[in-house]
Write a protein that binds this ligand. Structure first.
Ligand SMILES: NC(=O)c1ccc[n+]([C@@H]2O[C@H](COP(=O)([O-])OP(=O)(O)OC[C@H]3O[C@@H](n4cnc5c(N)ncnc54)[C@H](OP(=O)(O)O)[C@@H]3O)[C@@H](O)[C@H]2O)c1
Length: 348
């Protein structure tokens, strides 16, 4: 690893900003979905990609904050092409609705930036009965990617431009539970540790990108999938820990990235020509980096894939909650926005 302040092989460093790593790049003709673009790293990613001419679709859960970020970007770049679309990544119903609306707008999709996230929340279950961090950070993005992949394949085929999927993970993936992913205890409150659960979900982001990359290579599809650590960035991520947040924003400030620096690696991986053809890799400070050994475990990646989606010829097994009972539902690939409950009761 090169010293903290000096440039890595890409020519960029810890200090580089998203504008710097995309200087001179032309993103016009590309369409990107950025989740969690209403705040922090996602908002800055939206601003800079829009500045580079990318048509940005901000996939956000709070439409009012999404619209105010959009207005700010338009004030600075009146020619920016930005849409705001609502999605709650902790709800499969909302994700299906989003994907269905996106399809009906007949928009292409070149770049999918899975950025939204929550960190170290108290134990909570999502509407679908899944531990909230795993639901939002991993399962929601897994399902979203699955539902948008056909569009991305068509777009890359027709445009002859490489598609890119970027999972915003974290070096916090190293703090995951000892087993990495606790497949049989994901939703158990006993033994829940908020940082380990965050680490687990961020480890899942890397494993998801790696396995997706392997599958896309096998299919010969011109879409890459990578993951990254954005750095330790001042943002709203510490919202559940106001004391630590206050310390970070004061004493920690000199050691933390601002949003401009925090969005650099995402914008680099999404847009830079140096990353063309690079897939299944992990980035930090806009350079290739080495994640934990668990994150490089191909068997674990496959297991997580199967756990997240029970693949068959026709579809995927996903969870839904009906009346407090978790059921497994069958999601048909030909009608991916519908979930037909097959009534296999798994538990409360
Ligand atoms: N900041 C860091 O130091 C750091 C370090 C490593 C990794 N990361 C990763 O970077 C990503 C961005 O985080 P950030 O630092 O920019 O934090 P942030 O300012 O809190 O932004 C998180 C974004 O995710 C959105 N979000 C949360 N839950 C959602 C849901 N259920 N559905 C849709 N959107 C949802 C938030 O929307 P609302 O505003 O509506 O809540 C917000 O727009 C996260 O994946 C995080 O894990 C951050």
């Amino acid at each position: 690893m090169w010293p903290f302040s000096s440039k890595g092989p890409s020519g960029f460093s810890w200090y580089s900003t998203a504008e710097e790593v995309t200087q001179g790049l032309d993103g016009s003709g590309l369409t990107a979905i950025i989740t969690g673009a209403s705040s922090g790293i996602g908002a800055e990613t939206a601003r800079v990609l829009a500045l580079r001419g990318v048509h940005v679709v901000m996939a956000i859960r709070n439409v009012a904050s999404g619209n105010s970020v959009k207005e700010e970007i338009l004030r600075e770049t009146p020619s920016a092409n930005i849409d705001v679309m609502e999605v709650d990544l902790s709800s499969m119903e909302s994700i299906r609705k989003f994907a269905s609306e996106y399809d009906s707008r007949k928009l292409p999709l070149n770049l999918l930036i899975n950025n939204a996230g929550v960190m170290a929340t108290p134990f909570m279950l999502s509407k679908d009965g899944i531990e909230l961090q795993f639901a939002t950070n991993h399962v929601g993005h897994f399902l979203l990617t699955h539902l948008l992949l056909e569009n991305m394949k068509t777009t890359s085929r027709e445009s002859q431009i490489e598609g890119r999927i970027v999972n915003v993970s974290s070096m916090g993936h190293r703090l995951a539970y000892r087993e990495g992913i606790c497949f049989d205890k994901i939703n158990d409150q006993s033994g829940y540790m908020s940082m380990a659960a965050y680490g687990q979900s961020k480890l899942a982001n890397i494993l998801h990108a790696n396995e997706l990359s392997r599958i896309l290579k096998e299919e010969g599809v011109d879409i890459t999938a990578n993951s990254l650590h954005p750095g330790s960035v001042i943002s709203n991520l510490l919202r559940y820990h106001s004391f630590v947040d206050a310390i970070a924003r004061t004493l920690g400030k000199p050691f933390l990235k601002n949003a401009q620096q925090g969005a650099a690696t995402t914008c680099y991986v999404a847009l830079h020509p140096q990353v063309k053809g690079v897939s299944g890799r992990y980035f930090d400070n806009s350079n290739l980096a080495d994640p934990s050994s668990k994150a490089k475990d191909g068997e674990l990646a496959k297991k997580l894939w199967d756990f997240s989606m029970e693949s068959g010829d026709e579809g995927a097994m996903i969870w839904t909650i009906h009346g407090g009972i978790r059921e497994e539902s069958f999601c048909n690939r030909n009608r991916p926005h519908e979930a037909d409950t097959i009534g296999c009761v798994v538990g409360r």
